[in-house]
Design a protein around this ligand. Sequence first.
Ligand SMILES: [Zn+2]
Length: 243
Amino acid sequence: MNTNGKSLNGEKINGHSFLNNIDLIELELNEHDFIGDNHIGTSDETPMKADAFVLSDREKMAIIEDHFRQIMDTLGLDLTDDSLKGTPKRVAKMFVKEIFSGLNPENKPSISVFDNKYKYGEMLVEKNISMSSTCEHHFLPIVGKAHVAYISSGQVIGLSKINRIVDYFARRPQVQERMTVQIANELKRVLNTEDVAVLIEAKHMCVSSRGIQDETSSTVTADYSGKFKDKYTREEFLKYVEL
Ligand SMILES: [Zn+2]
């Protein structure tokens, strides 16, 4: 994933911006906060260093534990306290093995496809997929739902695999727009079709609990390709997800 599309000093090298591919709708989102906090990604690829996986998970956890202990110490917390002393280790493990495990291509779900034996030719919608990610600008949670649809080109995948693809790309420091495009691109690749729709509605803790402190706004992003660019197909999808 880091072989093309990575950014060098913020400059795209594949010359293509995901912002061209998506319809971005903001529901009651304060524009000042969105723009002011620069919640705009630079590429549809997660910016990764070339040597991102030279260190083992164990080595990464040891380094992160040490750094997080320093952060807590700098904040003035007493790390000899029973309640706090295990936190640096817990945070390090949580970062590497849980909430950022989707950075490592080794953790990408392997998806087997099957022939569309039923000859089902309409759209398949998997809706209300629980999604939990992390804002890469503030390292605070993004929590919401993903709705995914595809029209089979002759192949189908197990329904739970759609949830696994969403989960894999959510387990990274993210911006919602990039995550939406990454999920759509992976589904297109796996299903060998352009006829894919992804819609995500999520709340950003960095908007609700800091900065503008707006607790009611949510952010909606969508990626429509192939037949979903057609107005009627898209409307059918939106009717199913009731958004
Ligand atoms: Zn943020």
